[in-house]
Design a protein. Structure first.
Length: 149
């Protein structure tokens, strides 16, 4: 594919991500987690890494607080996340990923790893160049985002 504009480049990146997401979604379904999305799986990873409230989950995942709260409620209703009381302040609730949630995260992570390893095998040394270019693009985007805050 001959990419000649930023729009084409954005579509290429988005299309690649959508293909990865579709493969991960199938892996989640086959492992007994039907209806769980990659966004849900990534939210559970954020919770597992310290996002303990809707506000912190929103910051970690780049969504609104309302969207994060909705995700938490859905994950809680499916048994993937629970709210624990804060021992120091009973009014506060902290999020925790359940064993079932961790199992889903493991499935999603393994699927992403399989995609990545396949991509590395098929692209050899060129995969390192592509990763460096994507990392540079992310750094550029982050510097622009920091200036607009």
């Amino acid at each position: 594919m001959d990419v000649t504009s930023g729009t084409q480049f954005a579509r290429l990146l988005l299309g690649a991500f959508e293909v990865m997401v579709a493969e991960v979604r199938v892996s989640l379904e086959e492992a007994g987690h039907p209806g769980l999305t990659v966004a849900n799986e990534l939210a559970m990873q954020a919770i597992d890494h310290g996002a303990s409230s809707a506000a912190s989950l929103a910051r970690e995942t780049g969504v609104s607080r309302q969207a994060a709260a909705k995700t938490i409620s859905m994950l809680e209703s499916l048994g993937y996340v629970i709210r624990d009381s804060d021992p120091a302040d009973a009014r506060k609730k902290h999020l925790r990923v359940t064993a079932e949630g961790r199992a889903a995260v493991d499935v999603g992570a393994a699927a992403f790893n399989r995609i990545y390893e396949r991509w590395q095998r098929e692209n050899g040394p060129d995969s390192r160049v592509a990763i460096a270019a994507i990392e540079e693009l992310m750094r550029l985007g982050q510097s622009i985002e920091n200036r607009t805050r």
